[in-house]
Design a protein around this ligand. Structure first.
Ligand SMILES: [Fe+2]
Ligand SMILES: [Fe+2]
Length: 259
């Protein structure tokens, strides 16, 4: 089984790069399943039905999210729509709309978690994922985890915590790809951050002027994703042994696409 996990897709530029690249990548790399970080799909913040549909048509099987999942208020009700393959982080408090894990979206089970270091107040991702796994989630299927977190140490710690119990733990949220792909001793694939699908000439996918002004003035200005130009497409390919459900290799798949 070969699973491609794509980093945070930023705005229309990111979506157009995914649409332009993913179908060919799926056949070129014999990919069976695709996860995509969608928290920045719509104008850089949040998701809409249209942007999710666009990514599903482009080849994404499950869309994970993070701290921006609530930014488009009309979409919150859609998190309970069984036909949209969108997860919000599992470790929000009980009663939060949506679901944080799925094992009925194909051959792979997917878990979305969010970190607590420099991100916000959430239930412990370590305890919450333990409860899910001991409850029998995903039995018989390889499980991949998107851990949407800021601190590199927290991401590595979760990967080691889950080593041997899931096929992969990948980090998202920083929009910066890391070069530390590896398989841990128990068979869990890991990389600290997938990166993004967003503009090369940007600050984390956002127009430089708006982002830079925050640091120069302290005044929070409107930030817009860069919509055209050269786009970085950052993702990681996990090779999974079908008999064990664990990873045999993890490698970066990075491309660029002009939109
Ligand atoms: Fe993001
Ligand atoms: Fe984020």
């Amino acid at each position: 089984m070969r699973v491609l996990m794509i980093g945070d897709v930023v705005g229309s530029g990111g979506r157009r790069a995914v649409s332009g690249l993913l179908h060919d990548l799926r056949s070129e790399l014999n990919i069976d399943f695709v996860t995509l970080q969608g928290e920045n799909l719509a104008g850089g913040i949040g998701l809409t039905i249209d942007t999710v549909t666009e990514m599903v048509e482009a080849g994404a099987n499950v869309i994970t999210t993070g701290n921006h999942v609530w930014d488009k208020r009309d979409f919150i009700d859609q998190l309970d729509n069984p036909y949209l393959p969108v997860l919000r982080p599992l470790n929000y408090p009980p009663g939060t709309p949506g679901r944080g894990a799925t094992d009925d979206s194909g051959q792979i089970a997917v878990i979305s978690l969010i970190g607590r270091v420099w991100v916000g107040e959430f239930d412990s991702p370590f305890a919450v994922v333990d409860d899910l796994l001991t409850g029998g989630f995903g039995q018989g299927k390889p499980i991949v985890v998107d851990f949407h977190a800021e601190a590199t140490s927290e991401k590595a710690a979760l990967a080691w915590h889950l080593d041997g119990r899931v096929a992969a733990v990948v980090g998202t949220h920083t929009h910066v790809p890391t070069s530390d792909c590896k398989v841990l001793p128990g068979g869990t694939g890991f990389t600290t951050d997938l990166g993004m699908v967003g503009a090369v000439d940007s600050i984390l996918g956002v127009e430089v002027d708006g982002s830079l002004a925050r640091f120069l003035t302290g005044y929070r200005q409107r930030m817009q994703p860069v919509r055209s130009g050269l786009i970085n497409f950052n993702s990681v390919l996990i090779n999974i042994d079908d008999s064990t459900g664990l990873a045999t290799s993890v490698e970066r798949i990075d491309r660029q696409f002009e939109v």
